[in-house]
Design a protein around this ligand. Sequence first.
Ligand SMILES: [Zn+2]
Length: 421
Amino acid sequence: MALDFVLRNAAIAGDEPHICDIGVAGGRIAAMAERIDADVSAEDVAGKLVVPGFVETHIHLDKSCILDRCRSHDGTLSEAIAEVAAAKRGFSEDDIYERARRTLEKAILQGTMRMRTHVEVDPRIGLKGFRAVRALKQAYAWAIDLEICVFPQEGLLNDPGTEELLVEACEQGADLIGGCPYTDSDPPGQIARIFAIARRFDCDIDFHLDFDLDPSWMDLEEVCRKTEEMRWGGRVAIGHVTKLSALAPERFRAAARRLAGAGVAVTVLPATDLFLMGRSHDHNIPRGVAPAHRLLDHGVTCSIASNNVLNPFTPFGDCSLVRMANLYANVAQIGRPNELAACLDMITSMPAKLMNLRDYGVAVGNPADFVVLDCHDRAAAVAEIIRPLFGIKNGRRTFVCPPAKLLKEGRGHDNDMADRS
Ligand SMILES: [Zn+2]
């Protein structure tokens, strides 16, 4: 087969990193071998780590970049929901598109190539957010595969008209359905309705769940029970689940076994969970981040994701998933190389599994999606918050981030100027 180009000496992430050449033809990986002899253009990455793009399973593009329109006084979850609900009344489709575009471009520049964005639907906002993000999905398909999860942030059974809108969005191209039982007057009732919509459209489900630190009750059991009853194992994810961080070891192990057995995956959102949890404490403030690495030990599929940037849920952020993996490692107090490597897996292969992506991975036949990192192994990427050098999506270069350069003793200034002339 005629190749279009070859990426030489790429370190492929895995338990045993191996160096190989990757041949690309027609936007796909056509060959992988220790040495590919072909008279085509080639780029030697000299043993640098190559990942098939980062995978963001949980972000809200529609409500990013609204910090200047909201108050963050108490810093609680209920305040964040109320502030965004008020700001949302002023959203237009163009405004949502523009803010979402800024955030999406940042994520692309950080090496994210697959993304699930949660989009709010209710009778106030209607389908404005959905339509704006659907347009964005098409406009940026050259750089990122965007999956749209519509969900009722402000409740379902307590908010008449919402279910009809969710159904309409599913009819018009939403990829999956989400839920948020903790804002509903009837949490089990909402869970049942969401499963019913998922069955009708044969789609996956992604809940916001168990988002506080009170271990006296959880919706986790009901989601696992419905997942088994509907035979939806492997198609259900739950996000935040901060209550897991408040469970004593024995109950935690039981919950982890339950999740693994039912086939329910977990997304941990360290930046948001750290910012919002434990606000009732005035000292010894709990971290409130679910221990994903310990869930992995029990066979639960886990991802680390961003949730938000620049809004009352998450006032910070640059859309870097590597930085989020590093934040998680720091908060979870893990530092062994194999555990740091697992943190990189939670922003690559694990979230790909959560999203049921069947064509993800550096392997022959898959799309030629590569992000080249300025390091040689997975642990270093997380420990040093390594930035990508460049990205290739479907065989085409989508971004470059040249490494910063020291100008020793002031020299280089002239060269620098000469470079630009
Ligand atoms: Zn969320």
